[in-house]
Design a protein around this ligand. Structure first.
Ligand SMILES: [Zn+2]
Ligand SMILES: [Zn+2]
Length: 72
């Protein structure tokens, strides 16, 4: 797992963000590539955190947030 003092590189603008940030301060792109299946009232959803180059969730095969937002 990523430590909090590590940096995350924004996939859209390559800004080096703090490991604590969830969204890029420069362009607003998400920095964490989660599964887009976040569930509803009954279904808990997946929300699996994938590698930053994953277009589809490794656990359930749904699109990832990076793919949905056209980042990869
Ligand atoms: Zn960015
Ligand atoms: Zn998933």
């Amino acid at each position: 797992m990523a430590k909090e003092d590590e940096t995350r590189t924004c996939v859209r603008c390559l800004y080096e963000a703090s490991g604590k940030d969830k969204y890029c301060k420069r362009c607003g792109a998400p920095l964490i590539n989660r599964c887009s299946d976040e569930g509803g009232r009954i279904d808990k959803g997946c929300s699996h955190v994938n590698d930053s180059d994953a277009a589809f969730c490794a656990r359930c095969g749904c699109q990832t947030t990076f793919r949905k937002q056209g980042l990869i």
